[in-house]
Design a protein around this ligand. Structure first.
Ligand code: ASP
Length: 325
């Protein structure tokens, strides 16, 4: 089995420094897998694309990563591709790859919650699990996955739930696709549908805002997005998709200005739906032209809208894709 390992940085590549963990710039063999991480009989080829803490990943770097992965997949040289990444924005990079790659070479993201110098280091085991998953014959057409702590998660569902614990990555409300048990991979749930972009070159329109509501908050922030020239905004509403009345007025104003307003919930599990008709309720927002975007997480939906607008999709095409959620 031949596996490409693409490193981008993150704790998995970090060492202690005078003021805290940092990427090891002096590593003579950057991205080389640690002892025991590569199962016997496997060959790996390392590519260091970035050496960044993941809060330094930007949408354009994520798009560059996706294009790089597309090139590796198209080369036909690998049975699977593993990406190592910082945990903070891993779910965004993995999601962008999931909606844009549309290729048959399996791609798995992994990371570490602890650096190589810490007690109970998790990186080597996570890397091994990711390699095994990416090359598992049954793991075809599952989309991009994220493997940490012996669990396999769908990129569209997974989220970092805990700041420091090795069991941080979870798919709340859905559970993992499967798990890794020593040298075996067990897939127990197949995603029946995934959000995907139409085939084509990935290009992002970054004029997409993200606004989270809180009691009495949101209208000023939405107005800021509109006045800054955003073409779309994701609104993280309360519960089933409800907002304060002044936020609803601002939603209407944004739609009148030609912006696409997509509503998700600030709850981290569950769908939005127009079940409330009061001013600011989900049904009111829909009647003012907002799109209700199911169970998406706001930060992932933002990337989807960037890619959809970058691909030239119009309002109807975006709405048709979101209707499936
Ligand atoms: N802050 C680090 C990063 O995302 C955390 C990690 O990698 O786990 O780069």
């Amino acid at each position: 089995m031949r596996v490409a390992i693409v490193s981008t940085g993150g704790t998995i590549d970090m060492v202690p420094g005078p003021s805290g963990f940092r990427i090891d710039e002096s590593d003579p063999a950057p991205g080389r897998p640690p002892e025991g991480a590569v199962p016997s009989g496997y060959e790996t080829e390392q590519f260091r694309l970035f050496a960044l803490p993941s809060p330094h990943m930007t949408p354009s770097r994520m798009a560059e990563l996706c294009r790089f992965l597309g090139g590796l997949a198209a080369s036909g040289r690998f049975d699977g591709i593993v990406v190592t990444h910082g945990t903070d924005t891993l779910e965004e990079s993995a999601f962008l790859a999931d909606i844009s790659l549309g290729c048959s070479c399996p791609v798995v993201f992994t990371a570490a919650m602890r650096s190589s110098s810490e007690l109970g280091v998790d990186g080597p085991r996570n890397l091994r699990g990711a390699i095994l998953t990416a090359t598992c014959p049954e793991f075809r057409n599952f989309g991009v996955a994220v493997v940490l702590n012996d669990e396999i998660h769908a990129a569209g569902r997974v989220t970092k739930t805990y700041t420091s614990n090795v069991s941080s990555f979870a798919s709340p409300g859905y559970g993992p696709l499967g798990f890794v048990d020593e040298d075996r991979v067990f897939l127990v749930n197949r995603p029946c549908w995934r959000l995907e972009l139409p085939p084509g070159e990935l290009s992002l329109d970054e004029r997409v805002g993200l606004v989270r509501t809180a009691a009495g908050l949101g209208a000023r922030e939405l107005r800021f997005c509109r006045e800054s020239g955003d073409r779309a905004v994701v609104l993280e509403a309360f519960g089933r998709g409800n907002v304060p009345p002044d936020v609803a007025d601002e939603v209407g104003e944004s739609v009148r200005h030609g912006m696409l307003v997509a509503v998700v919930s600030r709850c981290y599990v569950g769908r939005v739906l127009g079940v409330y008709g009061y001013p600011g309720g989900g049904s009111d927002l829909a009647s003012r032209g907002a799109m209700l975007a199911g169970d998406m997480h706001g930060h992932k939906l933002r990337l989807f809208l960037m890619a959809a607008l970058g691909a030239g999709l119009d309002r109807e095409a975006v709405s048709a894709l979101l209707e499936r959620l």
